[in-house]
Write a protein that binds this ligand. Sequence first.
Ligand code: FAD
Length: 613
Amino acid sequence: MDDPDINPSHATFERFTQAQTFKDVQQHFSDLCKLLELNPRDKTFYKCLKEKLNWWKAKEMWGMFDKRASHADYQQRKVCSKNKSLVLGSGPCGLRTAIELSLLGAQVVVIDKRETYSRNNVLHLWPFTIVDLRNLCAKKFYGKFCTGSLDHISIRQLQLILLKVALLLGVEVHSGVEFNGLTEPSGENGWMAQIKPASHPVSSYQFDVFICAAGGSFRPEGFKAKELRGMLAIGITANFVNRRTAAESRVPELGGVARIYKQKVFQDLLTQTGIDLENIVYYKDDTHYFVMTAKKKSLLKKGVIKQDFAAADELLARSNVDFEALCEYAYTAADFSTGGQLPDLEFAVNHKGKQDVAMFDFTCMHNAENSCMIRERRGKRLLVALVGDCLLEPFWPLGTGIARGFLAAFDVAWMVRSWGLGAPHLKILAERESVYQLLSQTKPENTSKNYASYSIDPKTRYQRVNYSSVQPHQVQHLYNTDKGGSLNNKLKSKLNPTRQDSMSGFQELLRWCQKNTAGYKQVKVTDFTESWRSGLALCALIHHFRPKLLDMSELSESDPVLNHHLAFSLLEKELGVPRVMSPEDFTGAAQVDKLSMVLYLTQVQKAFTTAPP
Ligand code: FAD
């Protein structure tokens, strides 16, 4: 009876769980629905599927899904049962968000312009993401998922796992559908999407929640990105065929060999091969995957980059890169860093049938200025939220992308829950913006270790959440309404400021900091990064406004941790400015995070200029 060869629905279910391409997953899912005479668009799809597919292998999954769904936050999948959501992008973050919205009871449609899941590149998983994915049956869909001490997965395998979970829970997922903008309500119609092909059924879908998870370079109308310009950083990824031989399995992975810790390895690499790297990571997955940050000079010397240009986009333009030399460079770096132990290194091929090697520019990263907004036209409201890379662009060698992506997916689900519960709109926006302030600073060390209790409620995951660090009156510009007057005008000027506006905002803040720290010993504020490293500048600011709070003569430039402890706790206790960084963030080689510093100093400025002395 339990033999999949005998029961066609069991066999089809088995094929679905093991399918390795987007197309096959969709095909086997559709076959399964036909065999069980189920309509996946039915609101009670998952419940009916459970009743009809009463096979032990499936029942194991239902048990795990039901455990998650039974969490009080979801209110038995009813809390958002009146909400309809469109998720743009079936990357890992779009799909993870879609699953949560479905658990909240919302109707969820996901669209993606791509037809295939083809990215071999490997993502680092923080412990909580491994627990999260295990609880979503990752092991059943992909037997090799995080076996032993493995803490990574290829992008495509992760997408396949999440796609399968999403479909079983009743999420609609469409490939080959390109989003071209939102259509405002008219007549009886509510918010809709302009999509290509225009004849696709999704073009008539009306929704009140729009989640943008379209990756790094895409942001919907009305959202601005903050540019975080660092030093020139050129990333190279390379994938080699993994034949899974004993010899290959013996080669140890490299989990982020930063130059500072392995001076000798990098020096030997440079003297013996002419390759100069900042860092290199090696993971063994479906492929042997390498990601490294290379120095421009060595790329020029090795002929990978043909001509030197100051601007990164010109420097790394396709026409200025010799692909053969790039392959040679990546091959040599991979071979050297693994001690020549990986036998017969052969490049894996990408979806274009070419060697899977690529070079990316990480000099300029983008974070969204705001994480959400509400748009209202003709009385119809739309909650818009960003998630994943389009919210916070990750620097791949640091391996933060998926963890922060999933944290944001949960945070967004928490916001949609409030939307479903009918909370006041400005409060919803302010709470989401407050939580967003924490995201860029999250690390495994400063998020809760109690992974089993993680839920969509931010309090279960972040160590310090202050839901009101952003107040409703500060997010009025994120409520975009056609109800006349001031709110909308204010919004227009805030949504479409010129780059100069934001630059002059930065300059103004910098001038304010300079003015109020002038004359203090060992303090010279010239930027939002290194000038704040020792903590003395922050202490000087406090001393300038509240001289009684600290004694500058007792502080030393050589003790940044102590100085920051003091400054953060005074600002929190005396002025209610929540911390967004830890004192340890100012030690070590990593650059001080500019965005966090700007956000923090903005709060400090506001506190000193509005609080009574
Ligand atoms: P993505 O995974 O980028 O998904 C966004 C989806 O939106 C895509 O499928 C895209 O087709 C779709 N989309 C975009 N615009 C539209 C539109 N107008 N209409 C319809 N669909 C649209 N991270 C690492 O840590 N290491 C790596 O080596 C690495 N390599 C990468 C290689 C590539 C080519 C890319 C694009 C990303 C890579 N990343 C890497 C980043 C990593 O993939 C993301 O951090 C992770 O997938 C989470 O991203 P996401 O879900 O937010 O977006």
